[in-house]
Write a protein that binds this ligand. Structure first.
Ligand code: SF4
Ligand code: SF4
Length: 442
């Protein structure tokens, strides 16, 4: 029997609500309205727009060019015509330039009959540097939520060595199951993606971390791994939030603590999400730049919780409608998971490369909380996986002492939400830390 591993310090056990959508197969959505494609769908500098109103463009055409080392290319999700350039709000509330594309009718009519698996791709004939260049050109970013450009992670700096490639199949946020479905339905393709990464990084060990509430995905991966002889370590992990955080995953799998300010590669690790690995497969075997992803639409207020394969640029409202709309009065709509996601005020916002889920929650899940003074109960201290003192940090930020808060480790805060989750005084700790970081940087 394989030992179930985890990280040690802190963490919480929120209700999973995974059953709402984890048995729903991935369904491709075809949207015939205008696509709104933001230039900022990744961590780092927004892409530079390359098109003008009136341009006829093709599916996968480069429409935004990476504008810096930490940035990513943006491609058209459809064949059609540029009908607008404007600023829009993103699901996380930030503002971005965006391209509005009216899709070609014939293209939309043929969209559901796409072919898969180009047998012409020969991994042996492609050098590692070219593989990384192509991943960069295709605008592939971390799809677990961080949206960090994948080519940057895969370019191991001189003097460093990747000993451990860790594939993140944890999906520890409650409600979400897009990665879970992908591991069940596209396991073979994910392993083809892993073969590509193996060639790029030449690691000593390859581990795939999966939370132990996805036993079917673990069994599926154990079978594929044995069949293909890839030699991966399929590692079940304890169901504990935030198990999928890079630092906690490294601790669970390698048994090593990532020091403050260090990068995973400083410990020899490169961590990539299963959806990102699947996007890498899709690039080399199907010639697809990153323009689509799996999104879970779920929550107690949605009629038919679903997992959709959908192109970027499609409005959230269309996915909600395709999931049957609302069955109850919606108290809150969240982009992402309930622990780290963002409240959505306008459902016309578009799907981006980082949109893993849309949660529609009723008042029976989202209860009004009345904030009181800190009770000095210490629960936040015990819950923090980073070993920080959230109550102390919050007090410093609340009194404008951003410098001392930075010295106390504010920048190590992952904004995981564990402290807010356990706080009986309902103090908006994470919002405070986000503000503190912004002010501290200034
Ligand atoms: S949000 Fe920050 S301070 Fe709060 S538990 Fe997570 S890492 Fe610790
Ligand atoms: S959990 Fe909330 S009430 Fe308790 S010490 Fe932390 S901030 Fe104060």
């Amino acid at each position: 029997m394989i030992k179930v591993k985890s990280f040690g310090r802190g963490g919480v056990h929120p209700s999973g609500y995974k059953k709402l959508a984890n048995s729903k197969s991935i369904k491709r959505l075809v949207y015939s309205g205008n696509y709104i494609v933001p230039m900022s769908q990744h961590l780092g500098a927004p892409a530079q727009c390359l098109v003008s109103v009136g341009d006829e463009i093709k599916e996968y055409q480069l429409i935004g060019e990476a504008a810096g080392f930490i940035s990513a290319n943006v491609h058209s999700p459809v064949t059609g015509k540029v009908v607008g350039l404007r600023q829009i709000s993103l699901p996380n509330g930030a503002v971005s330039n965006a391209v509005e594309i009216e899709p070609d009718k014939d293209f939309i009519d043929n969209m559901s009959s796409q072919q898969n698996d180009n047998s012409d791709f020969n991994l042996d004939e492609m050098p590692s540097e070219i593989l990384i260049e192509k991943i960069k050109a295709a605008g592939i970013v971390g799809m677990g939520g961080a949206t960090f450009p994948a080519n940057v992670k895969l370019s191991v700096p001189k003097g460093k060595n990747c000993t451990d490639l860790i594939i993140n199949g944890v999906e520890c946020e409650p409600f979400l199951c897009a990665d879970h479905r992908l591991m069940l339905e596209k396991g073979d393709q994910i392993f083809k993606g892993i073969e590509i990464l193996k060639k790029i990084l030449n690691p000593d060990n390859i581990s795939i971390g999966i939370e132990n509430n996805k036993k079917d995905a673990i069994a599926n991966f154990i079978n594929i791994n044995a069949e293909k002889g890839v030699g991966c370590n399929i590692q079940p992990l304890k169901v504990k939030y935030p198990q999928g955080d890079e630092k906690q995953l490294i601790k669970a799998i390698m048994g090593k603590e990532l020091p403050s300010g260090a990068l995973p590669i400083d410990l020899g690790a490169v961590v990539l999400n299963v959806s990102t690995v699947h996007a890498i497969y899709d690039l080399f075997y199907n010639g697809k730049a990153l323009v689509e992803r799996v999104v879970t639409v779920t929550g107690d207020a949605i009629a038919n919780p679903s997992n959709f394969l959908v192109r970027v640029g499609v409005p959230y409202s269309f996915l909600i409608e395709q999931a049957g709309g609302f069955v109850d009065e919606v108290k809150k709509i969240v982009s992402g998971g309930p622990m780290m996601g963002f409240a959505v005020l306008d459902t016309s916002v578009p799907i981006t490369k980082g949109s893993g889920g849309i949660l529609c929650l009723s008042k029976s899940i989202v209860r009004d909380k009345h904030t009181t003074n800190c009770l000095s109960c210490g629960r936040c201290l015990n819950a923090c996986p980073m070993g920080l003192s959230p109550a102390m940090l919050y007090k410093l930020i609340d009194s404008g002492k951003y410098g001392p808060a930075m010295k106390m480790g504010l920048m190590d805060c992952k904004e995981c939400g564990c402290c807010s989750y356990v706080c009986p005084a309902a103090i908006p700790l994470v919002q405070g830390f986000k503000l503190g970081k912004r002010m501290g940087r200034k």
